[in-house]
Design a protein around this ligand. Sequence first.
Ligand code: ADP
Ligand code: MG
Length: 265
Amino acid sequence: MEPTENSSVIAITNQKGGVGKTTSTLNIAQALAALGHRVLVIDLDPQGNATQGLGIKLETVRASAADLLRDKNLSDEAGIYQGAGLDLIPATPLLAAVEREMVGLTNSEFRLAQRVKRLRATYKYVLIDNAPGFGPLMNSALNASDFVLVPVDSSFFGLAGLQKLLGELEIIREGFNPGLSLLGLFLTMFDTTRMSEEILGELVSSFGDLVFESRIRRSVKLREAPAFGRTIFQHAPGGSGAEDYLRLTQELIVRLAKARAVSHV
Ligand code: ADP
Ligand code: MG
């Protein structure tokens, strides 16, 4: 999408599961909301982890991302749950069925982009949480976004996977969304092991400045928070998780401002 107005649409992606996509989406979103911005989280994972992480039980969800993708006559508002500064388009397992329907259906991967384009008028930040792997939902997210943000697990070497992700971004750029850019990569579950340091070294030598200086340390509180339906800022506001996500979010804001300045030259 054109990086218009003042809104930023950010897809949080990594085709590997369990790297911290959902944790990062929710906590960055909460940090942005706490700074006074209107924020929308779109849960685009049929597992609905982001939805549950915000305290919503999947069986209580009426309209969700699945309905918004399937029925273009449904209003955007019908699928939005209003929170305190942080709104959500939830996901339920129905989204998996919708993804299967989308395969081979002309233009189905642009439906989310059309909705998001309208929602830019309301939200300063739209964060899209993605399922692992590639497919119509992931393409939908990339078609709708200005930026891609990639969490990387500090305990697992996965640089080959990251190269494949970059290849996918290039395909989206050559197609519908030439303005899509990689905002950066950051390490999650960082600890004092040698593995973490080695992965940091590898990441910096492959991606240079694209690697965020802020890292998210491994933290029990971060792991617990979703079970309470809370972000880290409600669950353990004084701990390392809150500190790390706040710092990461501040770095993200600076990077967004720089990226926008460059794109307007
Ligand atoms: P993804 O969305 O990429 O699959 P999640 O955000 O769900 O990954 O994280 C995978 C698991 O790791 C979850 O149980 C989550 O609570 C936990 N987790 C995420 N980040 C951290 C961290 N910094 N420290 C400890 N546990 C974490
Ligand atoms: Mg997830």
